[in-house]
Write a protein that binds this ligand. Sequence first.
Ligand code: NAD
Length: 435
Amino acid sequence: MTSTDVRPSQNVMRPDKDTFLVQENPFEEMMSRFDDAAKRLNLEEGLYKILRMPEKQIIVSVPVLRDNGSVEVYTGYRVIYNTSRGPAKGGIRFDMQVTLEEVKALAAWMTWKCAVVNLPFGGAKGGVICDPSGMSNAEVERLTRRYTSAIIDTLGPDSDVPAPDVNTNERVMAWVMDTYSMHKRHTVTAVVTGKPIEMGGSLGRREATGRGCMFVTREALKKLKMPLEGTRVAVQGFGNVGSVAADLMSKEGMKIIAVSDKTGGIYNPNGLNIPDVFAHVKANKFLKGYKDAEAITNDELLILDCDVLVPAALENVITAENAGKIKARIICEGANGPTTAAADKILNQKGVFVIPDILANAGGVTVSYFEWVQDRGGYFWDEETVNSRLEKIMVRSFEEVTTMAEKHTVDNRIGAYMLSIERVAAVHRLRGMYA
Ligand code: NAD
């Protein structure tokens, strides 16, 4: 049996999230922003060297018995980027595009994201090079269990806590939790987040990222003295993040004038009826064909005349080509990495207020933190408690990021990096260097 047995199929479950590697070296691309922030903070050279390297990089071979009786061996990674502030936190993805460089970049990203909202977590990421859409459920289960047992020494509620990512979901997290618990000889729910509610998942987790986007957008409007009522919003992506953000923003009184998915966008300058749009998607799977709106392309959506733009689908959609044409006053980055570094400069010159991804979409990891807290305490909160605690953290973090940006006269993205690097660095200084 050869490795050609694991070809990428046309049918990868979430192809929209697979293009991170388009950049030449994702780790260096992300770290160029780190470098900028570190320089402005006058970070000591020694600390700079420490924070620029992952703590640990694990590569494992994962043998899996296929349903046809053959054996395939997959390569899996887990990168622990930094644990100075607490257990490492970060998802596991199953995808043909997984590389060690990508996993390193995403692990660093998690470190800064957790620090920007001040969660007591470090950052990690994991992945297995495979195409789960070409595998049966039983094969995915065996892959998950064998990968979990291969990295079991790093896992644990106090050391490394995975979550779902590209092509993994709460079903996969349940298998990770079970495998870990069988090895430990007792049930350990807090070893993963993003679990089904029945086995220790948190209420409000599914909506958390979109809800966080709504909270920070509301704060940005307040800051720019723009009204909430009637503010025109365009949302790219109508999946988990985009659809929840659109729904909650419209409930706050904002006018959602356009939304899109991979089939294209729909636009109504008088405001879309969001419950009606949900009903259409439920019946037809996609937005295409929705009656009470004009059909537009995803490219057109980005440059619509609107007040708030929420890119919540893909990375690298706001580029040097279209940044000059963007009319929104506020961009709330629901997706990871939607804006290129070149576009950042143009937006900055135009005075567009960008709420950077590591802040804007941190609602998800914040409620993952709540899940971990609830599991460890064995005491579960009602949804209202989850949502109001999320609101407090998002509002406070927005204030802290914008204060940092203003203090150093930088954009909000560099402000967010400065805040998180400073937080991670402060703990390193206090802990000192072991041996
Ligand atoms: P999802 O798969 O639920 O939804 C993605 C949406 O994007 C879908 O509506 C899809 O049709 C649309 N899409 C795909 N290709 C497109 C294209 N070419 N043009 C326009 N739209 C396209 O994914 P999600 O969970 O909502 O995640 C979206 C983004 O948010 C990703 O960047 C993800 O990494 C990021 N994010 C998600 C979470 C979370 O909790 N789900 C947390 C943090 C960051």
